[in-house]
Design a binder for this molecule. Sequence first.
Ligand SMILES: [Zn+2]
Ligand SMILES: [Zn+2]
Length: 335
Amino acid sequence: MKAMLLLDIAPIGNSPLHLTDLPLPEPGPGEVRIKIACCAICRTDLHVIEGDLPRQKLPIVPGHQVVGVVEKLGPGCSRWKPGQRVGVAWLRHTCGKCRFCTAGKENLCASTLFTGYHADGGYAEYTVAPEAFCYEIPAAFSDHEAAPLLCAGIIGYRALKRCNPQPGGRLALYGFGSSAHVVIQIALHRGCEVYVVTRGEKHRELARRMGARWVGETAEEMPVKADSAIIFAPAGELVPPALEHLEKGGALALAGIYMTDVPPLDYERHLFYERDVHSVTCNTREDGRELLAEAAAVPLRPHTTVYPLAEANRALQDLKNDRINGTGVLDCTNL
Ligand SMILES: [Zn+2]
Ligand SMILES: [Zn+2]
């Protein structure tokens, strides 16, 4: 099969993904083989490729927002049938037994493994995944619409849970990339007012078009304080102003898997009056199922820019340079 393979950590500007012929992967016990239709790209792929995250499996096929069709069952599989459409996301293994797994917090399990990081992912024609970690894709979505939901959607959904905006409440979004453009649709559907802070003019235009109450370049310009806020940009320097522009009793969620250092906080200005900060660490499978159900009910419509699989380097360069509105998706049936 064809795959875009990362041999070693390197800046994305060097085009480190190589179109390679790999053997067709064989599903092990409890795994299914999936013929991939498409795979959305994510900032986490950049963090894996450029070495912001500790190095794991190398070489690696990145990609963790995979939509495709079950093609072959490994030994002991019973959940899916060949021909069924499924999605594969970042989380692909937990122990199932520890105090976190048994308390509904499997995202915090010490044995978590991730797609496109510990095991080959979706920048390829085929992949294998544990059947217990595949999602059913609602019929409401095309393959290309479904792919962004599998990380941008799920992580956005978990970030919403962590800062808990109420109907009629004000939600501020810092950064307006892939995940934020999904979150705004859920938040508006729930009856929230949405305020968007982002540097990119194209991103501000999209946010306005999608129904943001207010759009601007910095928190200081925001006309009101938010009840809830989410920082999507991996920029720690956004934390103090986001907290300063949070209403008393408000909550801030940090949605990234990676963030640059957070500057010192002033207790009175940034934290007092019961303002809470929550990080977001991956997601549970329950989050994924809830997001897919709510997304189908909205129904949510991701904006996508489609690239051929072989142009994964260019797609990620566009992501890094904020040139993509919505989500970039690799068409894995088109080389
Ligand atoms: Zn566990
Ligand atoms: Zn992701």
